[in-house]
Design a protein around this ligand. Sequence first.
Ligand SMILES: [Fe+2]
Ligand SMILES: [Fe+2]
Length: 317
Amino acid sequence: MTGPTFTQMPRYTLGDWDNKAAVRVRKNNYRLPDDLEHQLASRDWFAPAFMPYIEHPLIDKAGRATAQRLAANHLVHFLDYTTLLEHRVVNRAVETIVHGELAVPIPCQMKTAGLQLYTDEGYHALFSNEVAEQIAALYDIRDRPLPRRIGRLLGVIDATTPPDHPLAWFLLGFVSETIIAKELLSITRETLVSTVYQMLRNHLEDEARHSRYFSEVFQYLWSALAPDQRALAARLLLDVVGLYFEPDTPWLMHSLASVGFDEQDSLKIVANLLQPDAHARRVRSGAVSTFAAMQQAGFFDDALNRQMFFQAGFIDG
Ligand SMILES: [Fe+2]
Ligand SMILES: [Fe+2]
């Protein structure tokens, strides 16, 4: 039986990193295109899949210029979030692998791939920030608060006792790295401003490799964890998966206000995001690869774990 190429890669590697990684081969300059104005007549800054509220009748009524400005705001916010996530969360998780902070021996190729992944994320942060700065300058976007999710993810570490920090960091990285490829896939299929498309496309190609790597490391780690560590990891995973699908409502309200929506209309626009089962639905569709890796590791063989995730509405019973 012949599967896709990636299933044939040796375990715990990023495949042909030297010839595939964006930081090695994608030397784009990430400058906004010279014909930007022309492109914006038919293309968007960001994909509707990432900002479903954009299709709300009130925004439709406000016109294309308003929708375009909201998309620019959202893209800058997303890229600021990405830059922080890569450095403060994902690369911190990679450090736990590379520097032997987890309670398992790290095979040589797993460490090497970790060092390569760390380099990839540094480049992703660099080009994400470059594009964010250009769009922020273009629209004079000065208010760029810390994305709420970053604060909440770091809060998970603060709520954990120091000896468990490496495990908590690793899990923050594992969940992020197994959801981001699917997120980016939904973006790059849309008709975007060329520089934005190319940047997201380059990012996506790396993330497909990262998702596979983190899934393998998770399975390796899970098989080695003691029962009490597994119980802690299960609770952390439930929280962390939930956090990655929480909307940043205060930021969104602010963005809507910046284009002239009053509070009443803004609340109408964000209402769908806040419906009782909307969060669990986002988790179910976005965390498919995360749950697949957990399933393969035997995580859901444990009735308690299954129960916890079922009660949260994240999996079927
Ligand atoms: Fe990345
Ligand atoms: Fe990554």
